[in-house]
Design a protein around this ligand. Structure first.
Ligand code: HGY
Ligand code: MN
Ligand code: MN
Length: 397
């Protein structure tokens, strides 16, 4: 496992920050895919890439009612080393452990790597699993553009893939009998419970909304305050409103990405574009927080002479993982904690498509994630791989 981890660790890592920049179909992520293909080949696994850019490494013949494990290799900008890769490395290490114990799967078995899980390049999280599950329109997806205006269609063809092949892959989806994703915990649940490994029970409802604040470009020095239509004001107030509404509802809301046009120090902006990431235990509460934030934005925009348009870019309902599978994993692991998460995962998307799915979480001593500071103790990582091997051994029997 250490060998696998050390081979992947340097790929896409920013030497200055120590964070990772591995985004859908970019050069760093392509290196990670090559690492996976080579590690799978070293284990005699047969690797397929599906029409949506997801990788499937089969132990034996591909087939139905398959036991599938895995995660993702892409990162948020300047992300941590564990979010995604720990699940993939642990899955390959679990194959080694099962082989060493003489286990031979009695069911088709695959390790999967899902494409663009963070949505850092094309804006929609879990892009590969959403397309696989038919949760995202293929034409809409092909037209998604990154910050440089490169569409997914272009990125796929540049990577030698066929853009026409993306979309619902019924055959492949039906093959999955169950899916178990191991992931570093993105919170302090296991730390507070003093447990190295836990089982995921559910993930919060979450979504992404783009707010466009259109004002009037003008001179920073000569334009009287009363004559301004400054979108930065409406934007700033909207961020504060989102935070307040989320706090009042016991949920979370984040604006981590903003684009200003023309982005000049001495120019009142013409346009401010900002993305809201909001999450709640259930969809109605989430909808209420976002609606209240939208109302506040429009109300403030009216006062600032700024037009506000809001576009929902993605959404996932609250997702409960398969109760029987969750119970079976917790039992097999001797009654480890079962806990929900505020993070979205491919396992959640597959669960909404009817695949029996569950997650294993590995303790994160600080709870910090989506940051170069993300960390998990190696002994806990090994405990996670052991736990994954234990549950897979039971599932493939
Ligand atoms: O944003 C998330 O919840 C996950 O890390 N993609
Ligand atoms: Mn993440
Ligand atoms: Mn992740």
């Amino acid at each position: 496992m250490r060998e696998l981890w050390d081979a992947l660790l340097p790929l896409g890592r920013d030497p200055a920050s120590g964070g990772y920049r591995r985004h859908g179909w970019d050069a760093a992520e392509a290196e990670c895919r090559a690492w996976f293909r080579s590690a799978a080949r070293d284990r005699g696994l047969t690797v397929e890439e599906d029409g949506n850019g997801n990788l499937w490494a089969w132990w034996g013949e591909p087939g139905g009612d398959a036991v599938v494990t895995g995660s993702h290799l892409d990162s948020v900008p300047d992300g941590g080393a564990y979010d995604g890769p720990l699940g993939v490395v642990s899955a390959l290490a679990a194959v080694d452990l099962l082989r060493a114990r003489g286990v031979r799967p009695r069911r088709p078995f695959a390790v999967a790597v899902f494409a663009e899980e963070e949505g850092s390049r094309f804006g929609i999280a879990c892009l590969g699993s959403r397309l696989l599950a038919g949760r995202l329109d293929a034409d809409h997806a092909r037209a998604l553009a990154d910050r440089d205006g490169v569409t997914l269609e272009r990125a796929l063809s540049d990577a030698g893939a066929d853009p026409a092949a993306i979309g619902l892959d019924h055959e492949r989806l039906r093959r999955i009998g169950c899916f178990v994703e191991l992931h570093v915990e993105q919170g302090r649940g296991l730390v507070d419970l003093d447990a190295p490994v836990g089982v995921g029970s559910a993930s919060w409802a979450h979504g992404r909304w783009r707010f466009d604040f259109a004002g009037e470009a003008n001179h920073a020095g000569t334009t009287r305050l009363a004559d301004r239509r400054d979108p930065m004001l409406t934007f700033a107030n909207t961020v504060l409103s989102a935070r307040k509404k989320a706090r009042q509802a016991g949920t979370v809301a984040t604006v981590g990405r903003v684009e200003v046009t023309p982005d000049g120090t001495n120019a009142i902006p013409s346009l401010v574009r900002a993305w809201l990431d909001a999450r709640a235990p259930d969809a109605p509460t989430l909808a209420e927080v976002v609606a209240a934030t939208e109302r506040a934005a429009h109300e403030r925009g009216g006062r600032d002479g700024v037009d506000v348009t809001v576009t929902q870019e993605s959404g996932t309902p609250e997702t409960s993982f398969d109760a029987a599978l969750v119970h079976r994993l917790a039992e097999l692991l001797g009654g480890v904690p079962v806990l929900p998460t505020g993070a979205g995962h491919d396992a959640g998307v597959l669960a909404t498509a009817g695949v029996p799915a569950a997650m294993l979480f590995v303790r994160n001593p600080t709870g910090v994630s989506h940051s170069p500071a993300e960390h998990a103790d190696w002994s806990d990582c090994e405990a996670g791989a052991e736990a994954l091997a234990r549950v897979l051994e039971d599932l493939v029997a």
